[in-house]
Every structure is written in C-alpha cells, then in structure tokens.
Design a protein around this ligand. Structure first.
Ligand code: OXD
Ligand code: MN
Length: 643
C-alpha cells in the first residue's frame, strides 16, 4: 500500500515540476524523491498517510535539494548516531564525559549568537495585522525572498523531518508542528525541547493540522538571514541562522508568535511566562504565571530555592516552566496553564550556586552547551559561575582565551558569550513539578508582570481589577542594563514581555486579553513586581533570589483574601507588616523605600505611557484609555491631598 502511495506522489510531483517548468535538474529531483521514500520507509515506525504532510515535505525538498531526507523518530539509537556524525564533522565537540556525562558542545557562527529581531518578520496579507510591534512583509515577498535563499541550499546535506508536539501529546492545549532542518544541532535541541516520535504522527492522523516549519542554515550570512512567520498559512521559514531562538522553531516562532495568533482566533492565551507552584506548610500547592522581559531572571525565579526560614516552615517551590505558558479556561472556570516545552534553553553566564542551584543541578548531564568557554581537556567555564577561570581555553568565538584578556579599548573579553546557552531536559530539574506535564494544565491563582525599574515601581502591587491588570501588563517596562544594546538606564516598554513575540497587532492583543478576562469565571488576580529598586548608590534595596518567595507568599495570601493592603493611586500595596520579613536582614527604612509611591515620578511615567499608547492609534482599546485617565485622576487627587 505504502509503495502505491509512493508511486502516486512520484507522478504528482513529476507533473507539478514539469508544469512549472522548474529549472531543477530532473535527475537530482528523482534522487531527492527516492531517498525521501527510502528513509521514510526505513525510519522505525515513522509512517504516516497524511497526504498534505508528504506533499509539503516533497515540495520543500524539491526547493532545497538535500541529498537525503531523514525522519527523526525520537529514538535513543538515532540520537546517538546523529551525535556521532556531528562529532565527526565538527558541528559538535566532545566534553569530558566523566565531568559532563551525556553533554556535548556547540559553537555557533560568530555573527549568529542571538535572536535577530530586525530580521524577524510577520508576513500577513494586511500590513495592519502585524504592525506596529512587528516587521512586516507580504506573504508573496516573504516566500520569494526566503525561497531564493533556500533554493538548492541543502545540496550535499541531509534534510531532517522532525514531527513534534508542543504540549503533552493529545492534550486539548497542545499543537503539532513539523520542522524540516539541515542541522543536526537543531535536531538534537528539538529532541530535548519538544516531544518527538511516532506518537506525534499517530496523533496527527491522516489530516490533522500542523505548523509547517522550514529551517535551513544556508550559508549563515547575516545578509541572507530571514526569520519569517506566515500565521495565515500556519508556516514558519527560517533561513541563514543556527542560533536557538531563530531555529528551534517550536519555541519563540511557534509557541509564541504563531501560537499567539492561533490563541486570539481560538480564545486562549500564548504568553512569555514562567509557571511555578508554591507549596505551603499545609501541603497545598498554588500556581502563578509570571512575565518578565528577557534577562530579568525568569529561569531563576521559576527554579527558586526557598530561604531557610521559609523552608523550615514547610514552603516549597515547584517548577512547571521557565519561558512559555499556554493558558486556557478550564471547565472549572479557572485559567489553567501548561508549559508547552520539555526542555530549558537557558542563559549560562550568571548561573551559580546563589543565583540558581537548581539550574546547576539540571545541567550536569545530557545537556547541550552552546558558546560557553571550552578548555583543552573538554571542560567548560562561564562568567559569574562558581569556578575560577581556567588558565586558558577557547572562547565562544573560537579564539584562544585566558583570564584578563582585554581588547584595544581596555574592555574585558568574554570567555563565554553573554548569551551562551544550556539546553537541558526539564525532568532533570530537582524542583520539577509532578504536574509539569499534566494534560489539563495547572490552575493559575495569580498572574505577575515585572521588569527592572531602579526607581519607580514598588516591590509589589496588585491591580484593582482584570482590566487594570491588563493596563499594568500593557505598560510594563524594563531599564536596559550594561549587557544590553542601547543606552544604559533607558526605559524600554515591553508589554506583557511579548514585544518581540506577539505575532499580530499589539492593540488587538490587548483587546484579546480584555475579552479573555470577561470570559473567565474565576480569574486570577494580576500583580506587578520589581526586584530591582536601588538606592542612590545603585545598590539593590531588595535581596532578591530565594527571598522573592516572601513576595510570592504575600501575593498568594492576597488571592486567598488573607492579607490587608493599602490602596494607592497605582494599586494595592502591602503594608510592611503584612509581608513576612522574619529572619530577613532588611531595615524598616529600606522596606519603606521599597514600597514607596512617588507621585511626581508616576506623573512623569504617565507622560511616557501616553507616548507608548499613541503608537497603537485606533487599535488601542478604549478600556486602556479609561485606565490611563483613571490613573491620571488618582495621581492628581493624591497630589492635592498631599498638598
Ligand atoms: C529567550 C528570550 O531566549 O526571551 O528566552 O530571549
Ligand atoms: Mn524567553
């Protein structure tokens, strides 16, 4: 039967190619097609009679002209043989297996170390569906431009077919994607980050919906790099990059940009949020989801270790996810969330016994390290870790490195790239929640927004309502740190931490959030936190790290109606007494500064929010204009009251 189907496809494709009078050499075309058939039949259990899937793979193979097409089946044998192959070509490098069992090393091209937002596009028929928060291209132009780069780009390479599920296979939350890629590094990362295997094809059936993801390294030329999303076609084309955020198509591309589009149409939320459970001494676990812009410590918070004082009382933290949350309204009328991923793709530098001991434990084995420093004996090192630097090694960019190296301007030269990464299975995390892959998700008691604000935002405050909470998310901002591009201290608005990831017009996105709130019978309360307030000398006022659990505790107490709060113009704030500060070395004077609301500062903020809102024009929902005016009135009233 399979044979007959193959003949049928062969004929169909021959006709199509001839009709288009494509310039492909027919011989080559046959080679691609035949090897596709061979490997499709050869791969263990990777059988599907999904005609559209077969057609699409063949169409992409005809364009990219790989020498082979190989299905990825999720098996240990195939993974090991791919590792071996990549080690033999230098795509991967070995690590000391005694020190780093099951771990491998990869170095990206020097020009390819982070997501390239300027080369990332949403391709929709109408420009206004993507703007103002995205780069836009028409689908025709997108397919044409990227197609020209893809054309013939896999000659001499293998195209891997990865069927994957974001979310537990078969869960009502989950979505299926298929990524075609010419990179073994991508295959190995996808095997950690997503669910891959014959079960995915079984779930897809003969005609199930899937996201079509095509990735090709091409020549890794920055001038020929494009990360394109076609939400109207449920398609992603990424070419010219080998960096995770651009090429692990299940992550930012599918689980945020494409999924946010789907979520709007289907009535759910795809968010850039961690999910964590907090267990109280009575053994009850309550869950929160929190959005912070990149580089604000989401992974650290998700894996928080309680300070001794709270641990002794019986508090525990359970990690569900560190980056992405898909949220739907459950039958119980509550908002429920899943982490669609199965791995962590985290930043390595700064990971140490204080900032994140659970991450350190997670990455000890079966981890892919990208762009950290490599020593000559197969060890690795990174800045702000626990270990002193090795006497020498090879830096992330392949150059020789030793401690104290400086460039011509006297700047420190990094051994590990500041955005070097670990890819590790979530199941290796000591704090992984037993509920992390519950197909029904976990119920969310509180949604938390946050950012780095050195002066303005108090440690924590609660919104007055869902609508006000959406306003807090829509106006969220973070100050640039030294490690980021741009002016130091400059405030960057990053609504819901989704600015680089919302796959459609952000004004419509705000409306969607407001609509969702009306549909949730028992909505979570919405909070804002800021761990980063500083004194005049730039020292942090709040100790952060595990102590952040004290703030989460207040948040959950509020959701349970247990704690009083002070009504201020910006929201409900904790009185200092209502925060559990026992055993914490922070003076009352410092605490007072941490919860201070300075009216003059907020009035300045208001002007900036107005500017921020103006970019959404007519698309800005009236409810958010109302919230802005209410805040203005409350601040005015408060200023008069103070005199
Ligand atoms: C990430 C990011 O890589 O948000 O998770 O940039
Ligand atoms: Mn992220």
């Amino acid at each position: 039967m399979l044979f007959l189907i193959d003949i049928f496809f062969f004929m169909e494709y021959t006709i199509k190619v001839n009709k288009k009078s494509d310039t492909f050499c027919k011989l080559k075309f046959c080679k691609t097609l035949c090897s596709y058939h061979n490997t499709a039949r050869g791969a263990i259990n990777m059988k599907t009679n999904h005609k559209e899937l077969h057609n699409w793979i063949k169409e992409m193979a005809v364009m990219c002209q790989p020498d082979n097409v190989v299905w990825v089946d999720g098996s240990r044998e195939q993974k090991e043989s791919l590792e071996k192959e990549a080690l033999s070509t230098g795509e991967l490098m070995p690590l000391d297996q005694n020190k780093w069992p099951g771990c491998i090393y990869h170095r990206t091209a020097v020009n390819d170390v982070a997501r390239t937002e300027n080369l990332t596009y949403i391709c929709t028929k109408r420009k206004e569906d993507a703007l103002p928060n995205n780069n836009w291209m028409s689908p025709e132009e997108g397919y044409k431009k990227a197609g020209a780069i893809f054309k013939g780009s896999m000659k001499g390479r293998t195209m891997y077919v990865i069927p994957f599920s974001m979310g537990p296979i078969g869960s009502p939350f989950s979505k299926i994607g298929v990524e075609l890629t010419d990179s073994i590094y991508v295959v190995l990362n996808m095997l950690i980050m997503t669910r891959v295997g014959p079960e995915v094809l079984a779930e897809l059936g003969p005609d199930g919906e899937f996201t079509r993801g095509l990735h090709g390294k091409a020549d890794l030329d920055l001038e020929r790099r494009l990360i394109l999303h076609f939400p109207e076609d449920n398609t992603i084309w990424s070419v010219g990059s080998g960096y995770g955020g651009n090429v692990l198509l299940g992550k930012k591309c599918l689980a945020l940009r494409i999924a946010s589009w789907m979520a709007r149409n289907e009535g759910w939320l795809a968010e850039h949020m961690l999910i964590m459970g907090i267990e109280n001494p009575a053994g009850n676990v309550e869950y929160v989801a929190a959005a912070f812009p990149s580089a604000c410590g989401k992974t650290n918070l998700a894996m928080l270790v309680p300070p001794d004082f709270l641990k002794d009382q019986g508090y525990r933290v359970w990690t569900v996810g560190d980056d992405i949350a898909w949220l739907r309204i459950g039958d119980d009328g509550r908002l429920r969330a899943i982490n669609p991923e199965t791995g962590f793709f985290g930043v390595v530098p700064g990971t140490n016994a204080k900032s994140n001991p659970n991450a350190l434990e997670t990455i000890r084995k079966n981890t892919i390290f990208t762009n950290v420093l490599l020593t000559d004996d197969g060890d690795i090192w990174w800045e702000q870790g626990d270990d002193p630097p090795p006497p020498e090694g090879t830096a992330w960019d392949g150059t020789r490195w030793k401690p104290g190296l400086e460039d011509r301007n006297g700047n420190y030269i990094h051994g590990a790239h500041p955005n070097s990464r670990f890819t590790s299975p979530v199941t290796q995390c000591p704090s992984i929640s037993p509920e992390w892959d519950n197909p029904e998700g976990v119920p969310i008691s509180a949604l938390i927004f946050g950012g780095k604000r050195s002066k303005l935002a108090p440690l924590v405050y609660e919104s007055f309502s869902w609508q006000h909470g959406v306003f807090l998310g829509a106006t969220m901002a973070s100050e640039r740190t030294a490690a980021q591009y741009g002016k130091l201290g400059e405030v960057r608005r990053d609504p819901m931490a989704m600015l680089p990831f919302c796959g459609y017009n952000m004004g419509d996105y705000f409306s969607h959030w407001l609509k969702m709130g009306k549909r949730i019978k028992h909505p979570p309360r919405i909070f804002h936190v800021n761990w980063f307030r500083t004194d005049e000398n730039g020292n942090f006022l709040w100790p952060g790290f595990g102590e952040n659990l004290r703030v989460l505790k207040w948040i959950l107490d509020r959701t349970n109606g247990k704690k009083e709060a002070i009504k201020t113009p910006i929201g409900y704030l904790p009185s200092i007494n209502s925060l559990d500060l026992d055993g914490l070395d922070v003076t009352t004077a410092t605490m007072e500064r941490l919860v201070e609301v300075k009216i003059a500062d907020w009035e300045r903020e208001l002007q900036d929010i107005k500017k921020h809102f103006s970019q959404f024009g007519e698309k800005l929902p009236q409810e958010l204009r109302d919230e802005l005016h209410s805040l203005e009135r409350r601040l005015e009233k408060s200023r008069h009251a103070v005199g």
